[in-house]
Design a protein around this ligand. Structure first.
Ligand code: ATP
Ligand code: MG
Length: 332
């Protein structure tokens, strides 16, 4: 079975529709026919200023959401990145084969650091993509389900794998990105040319999976659209409407053409109202499941502990091979 690895940051109280449609839905589907490793990337979460108590709480909320979406610890390995020390250790080795200029070309770093300003930008934010490469390469992943925003980081990961293999001998599987064709980039409701993001979107621009249905419906009703009246899929001219059509189609498992046909001759208000109901239909049972998991934090911790033990079997073997290839003496 092909191996899959992906991660998500515990940087908010809820995942959003972009996380779900761009990545997490694929995580759930892929556990059926892949050897799947999924990771809550708390090491990545501290690359920006954070509150320790919040991080701990959000890590459990992240685990509860992943289980609530359908990850099954019997069919996939779910763990917290900080429980598996090989991630930080491989990251160091990879940093030492990454060019400074090469890392400097990562657009996510350029975007995030320009917003933070130089004094608030950490070195960890700069080396974030290398840590991400370590996350993936440790598990010899064949596929990495992510949104469009991670394409460049995946390309770096592939380059680092190939470079290491070339210099030190075949060690890493070179992974392929698995980016969904229609939902790779879900847009901010208030700014439909920018990606919906936990850290960059305003609260009214993002639909959180754990928002009360009324809140989501209200945000969707206020979504920025355009001055025309016609509902048609035209991302260039009508990015707001295109985004709503994309979300509707994905949430109802239809093609965009089918959704367009449903709304031929109807108004933006109908499209928004229906989407609010579609999201509510998803969010209500989801919130119930998540609350169920959160009611037993000790069990969540046990799931993560078991996942970390399994993850270390694979990551430990990869790291040992890496250390041997680069000339580190074996520990006695
Ligand atoms: P941040 O803004 O803090 O980076 P984020 O919303 O991008 O948070 P991440 O934890 O960085 O969330 O990403 C988790 C996964 O969700 C990644 O695979 C990423 O590509 C995907 N993703 C994030 N935002 C979107 C989006 N708007 N559309 C599609 N996929 C997305
Ligand atoms: Mg992100």
């Amino acid at each position: 079975r092909p191996r899959v690895l992906s991660g998500i940051q515990p940087t908010a109280d809820s995942f959003h529709l972009g996380n779900y449609l761009g990545a997490l839905r694929q995580w759930v589907a892929m556990q059926d026919d892949h050897d799947a490793y999924y990771c809550i990337v708390d090491l990545h979460a501290i690359t920006v200023e954070h509150d320790p108590a919040e991080l701990a709480r959000r890590t459990r909320v992240a685990a509860a959401q992943l289980l609530g979406l359908g990850l099954d610890p019997a069919r996939c390995t779910l763990f917290a990145q900080s429980h598996v020390p090989e991630h930080a250790r491989l990251s160091w080795v990879l940093e030492c084969i990454t060019g400074f200029g090469e890392a400097g070309r990562m657009t996510q770093f350029k975007d995030k650091s320009s917003k933070e300003g130089a004094d608030r930008t950490t070195v960890g934010l700069f080396t974030y993509p290398v840590l991400m490469a370590a996350d993936i390469l440790l598990y010899q992943a064949d596929r990495v389900p992510v949104g469009e925003d991670q394409r460049q980081h995946l390309e770096l990961t592939r380059n680092l794998a190939q470079r290491f293999n070339h210099r030190f001998g075949e060690t890493f599987q070179v992974p392929e990105p698995y980016i969904p064709p229609h939902t790779a980039k879900i847009y901010d409701l208030q700014e439909p040319t920018a990606k919906m993001s936990k850290s960059a979107s305003s609260p009214s621009g993002i639909v959180e999976l754990l928002d009360p249905p009324k809140t989501s419906a209200k945000k969707i009703r206020s979504a920025v659209t355009d001055n025309e009246r016609e509902i048609r899929y035209d991302p260039e001219a009508k990015p707001g409407i295109a985004n709503l059509l994309t979300i509707n189609a994905a949430m109802t498992d239809r093609t965009i053409a089918e959704v367009e046909a449903e709304y031929a001759g109807r108004g933006y208000g109908d499209l928004k109202k229906d989407l609010g109901e579609i999201v509510a239909g998803f969010a209500e049972p989801f919130a119930e499941k998540v609350n169920g998991y959160l009611a037993d934090p000790a069990e969540l911790d046990r799931v993560l502990a078991k996942g970390a033990t399994r993850a270390r079997e694979v990551s430990g073997a990869t790291l040992a091979a890496v250390h041997e290839r680069i000339g580190f003496l074996p520990p006695a």
